[in-house]
Ligand binder design. Sequence first.
Ligand SMILES: [Zn+2]
Length: 116
Amino acid sequence: MHELSIAHNLVGIIEQEMSRHNVNKLIRVKVKFGRISAIVPEALQTAFEVMTRDTLMQGAELEIEEIPLVAACRECRKEFSPEGDLLIMTCPYCSAEFGHEIISGKELYIDELEAE
Ligand SMILES: [Zn+2]
């Protein structure tokens, strides 16, 4: 389950941020992720809850927002947002199927962090 290791990293980063800003209670954290990072939000939610139990982050609200996938076609260089199966991403303009460049949708990052 790769959500476990993601939650682990997430908790580590939040801890660092909190001590850097001298805050003691995490209220809310917002994470953005791309479709290609293959995260199951529910699984990440659960992993986060388990890992923050009995810490300063306990009970904090975890918001997870998906970033749409954007690819640039290898043939015509137009940008499009692939739907469905990611193994074959067909360009809607010229029907090229392979070798597109992923411009956005691989990311995973903390977008907002609220603590006191
Ligand atoms: Zn194309």
